[in-house]
Write a new protein. Structure first.
Length: 69
């Protein structure tokens, strides 16, 4: 599954729980907050001052590496 910035945090975490580590490494420690589950990845990135395109690239790269392992 390719992660896109329009996806909800809750959707990403339910389909790719291994994404938690990447999100946390970008300083998104509130991803387990109930309200964050209904935010898009882009909205959450903007709140944290993170370039959403960089975050999406990192999440998809991590997914690619896991698939190859």
């Amino acid at each position: 599954m390719e992660i896109k910035k329009e996806m909800l945090i809750g959707e990403i975490l339910s389909k790719k729980p291994e994404s938690i580590g990447t999100l946390m490494s970008f300083g998104m420690g509130c991803i387990m907050c109930p309200s964050s589950q209904m935010e898009s990845l882009e909205e959450a990135a903007m709140v944290h001052g993170i370039d959403p395109n960089m975050l999406v690239a990192a999440l998809n790269e991590d997914s690619k590496e896991e698939a190859e392992a």
